[in-house]
Design a protein around this ligand. Structure first.
Ligand SMILES: Nc1ncnc2c1ncn2[C@@H]1O[C@H](COP(=O)(O)OP(=O)(O)O)[C@@H](O)[C@H]1O
Ligand SMILES: O=C(CO)[C@@H](O)[C@H](O)COP(=O)(O)O
Length: 485
């Protein structure tokens, strides 16, 4: 496919950009800009100003331009974003208040109220609980709100001027019927407060959101008229960029959140709501497990001891599997799976000498991975079996973590040559959208051909699998003892 294609991924800790040359079928430039959550908020609240994301997008585009990319040659863009965040826009297109993020647990009681009202589990992270929170705590802000959006839809709005929600990301709103691929009218009505009037039009790839407007062009430097695809939540876009767009491959993402997901031909519904019944961003479905505590836990250790990943990992590699009994139940930010939104973490089995960075770093890697394995067992019970995983996200760059994952899950862990799978997914979705403009049956797999390549494979080791089988039993025991799970 001719020309340059841009993928953007607006994550929790950073925004990343990739530029793909469609003729040469390779990534020709990349950029990233890091940021934090707003500091000093009450316990459980997790917020960012959407302007932080918008500024990061502009800064990323400046970086790729400095690498020699002529932005005026970009033919299309696909945007990926952290899921569930509540972005409120007023009638003039201004942001009403900072976005409440996927990891905001200050809305746990609103989620419980909605679960009762809807007669089904509404997880704390999902957008609906944040809407109810604003209605109750900040009625003046709710009154100013004309449109409810999600993070990636907000970037699409800045690019095109259109207020939309893309189906895959909207399936994490908590107000969605995944089977019908539309908002759940009954639940929207039950929410009250005029939510239905504030939900924007749905779009579904390969339908594009539109084209970069004159205002969008002067905001970010992309050419007016460039195609803007529907985009999607970061996990949906990561599924595209890691080749999980037909049933089979399972992806493990080690980022701020930890996720395990796979493409499915039908909606997969967990009666307890622990495994999310998402739609993907290609017309299929994406059953997904999400835990809230992954690299935030390893980073806690790294920052406390002021060490870099390389040094910490080298030292942690010589600590025995299972940390000689030290177990970290890693719920520093509360947790979604298991359903413990207001929990805090627990270290058990502490001995003399173990306030050591290497032991704590390894315990953080093990605890976060064991918790993902706990959730993955539920997924298997719903029919999503795991024979191997493709690993992506920041933590996937860590060789020790990949081996621990292989041993805990007991399956091969496969890396991808391009670990920024969500940004790559954005560029591929944009190319596919363009291709579908002239041929509605254009094949997504063919569009991604040559761009999605697997790299190395880590096999589970017999000794590691045996060691972690015992550690997993202890983990489940501690979950039951400390948290009643
Ligand atoms: N080698 C490594 N070992 C462990 N963690 C790493 C390594 N490299 C990056 N990370 C962590 O990965 C995280 C970023 O992952 P990413 O998937 O980009 O997150 P998000 O999309 O949530 O912003 C950061 O916390 C970073 O410190
Ligand atoms: O809430 C979920 C999935 O349901 C998270 O996976 C968010 O989408 C945040 O992603 P990262 O910033 O960790 O990539």
């Amino acid at each position: 496919m001719r020309g340059l294609w841009l993928g953007l991924d607006v994550g929790t800790q950073s925004t990343k950009a990739l530029v793909v040359d469609g003729d040469a079928r390779r990534v020709v430039a990349r950029a990233s800009v890091a940021y934090d959550l707003i500091a000093g908020l009450p316990e459980g609240a997790a917020e960012q100003d959407p302007k932080t994301w918008a500024d990061a997008v502009v800064a990323c585009l400046r970086q790729v331009s400095d690498q020699g990319v002529d932005l005026s040659s970009v033919r299309g863009v696909g945007v990926s974003g952290q899921q569930h965040g509540l972005v409120l826009l007023d009638a003039a297109g201004g942001v009403v208040r900072p976005a409440k993020l996927w990891c905001d647990t200050a809305t746990a009681s609103e989620a419980a109220v909605l679960s009762e009202r809807f007669g089904r589990a509404v997880p704390t992270g999902f957008t609906a609980s944040k809407i109810l929170w604003v209605q109750e705590h900040e009625p003046e802000n709710w009154a100013k709100t004309a449109t409810v959006m999600l993070p990636h839809d907000y970037i699409n709005f800045l690019l095109t001027g259109r207020r939309t929600m893309e189906v895959g990301d909207a399936s994490g709103s908590g107000l969605f019927d995944p089977v019908a691929r539309g908002f759940n009218g009954r639940e929207v009505e039950l929410m009250g407060g005029g939510v239905g009037d504030r939900l924007p039009e749905l779009v579904e790839a390969p339908e594009p959101v539109g084209a970069v407007s004159a205002a969008g062009s002067s905001w970010c430097g992309l050419p007016a008229g460039a195609l803007v695809s529907a985009g999607g939540g970061d996990n949906m876009m990561s599924a595209i960029g890691s080749g999980a767009t037909t049933p089979g491959p399972v992806v493990l993402s080690l980022g701020t959140s930890g996720t395990v997901f796979a493409c499915a031909d039908r909606a997969v519904i967990d009666p307890d709501g622990l495994i999310a019944p998402f739609c993907d961003s290609t017309g299929r479905y994406l059953p997904l497990l999400c835990t809230m505590n992954v690299t935030g836990v390893t980073e806690e250790v790294r920052e406390a001891f002021g060490m870099d990943h390389g040094a910490l990992t080298e030292r942690a590699s010589s600590v025995a599997a299972g940390c000689e009994g030290l177990l970290w139940l890693p719920f520093l930010a509360g947790e979604r799976v298991p359903d413990l939104p207001t929990a805090s973490g627990t270290l058990t089995g502490m001995r003399h000498g173990w306030l050591d960075p290497a032991v704590l770093f390894r315990a953080a890697i093990e605890g976060t991975t064991l918790n993902l394995a706990w959730g993955a067992k539920r997924m298997a019970g719903l029919g999503v079996s795991i024979d191997a995983v493709r690993v992506v996200g920041g933590g996937s760059k860590n060789a020790l973590w990949r081996q621990v994952a292989a041993d805990v899950f007991g399956v091969p862990v496969v890396t991808l040559e391009e670990p920024e799978s969500a940004a790559l997914g954005g560029a591929i979705q944009a190319m596919w959208t363009e291709a579908c403009g002239s041929d509605v049956s254009a094949d997504l797999g063919a569009v991604g051909e040559g761009l999605i390549r697997t790299g190395g494979e880590v096999e589970p080791s017999a000794s590691g699998v045996a060691a972690y089988a015992g550690v997993y039993e202890r983990y489940c025991g501690a979950l039951a003892r400390v948290y009643g799970v």
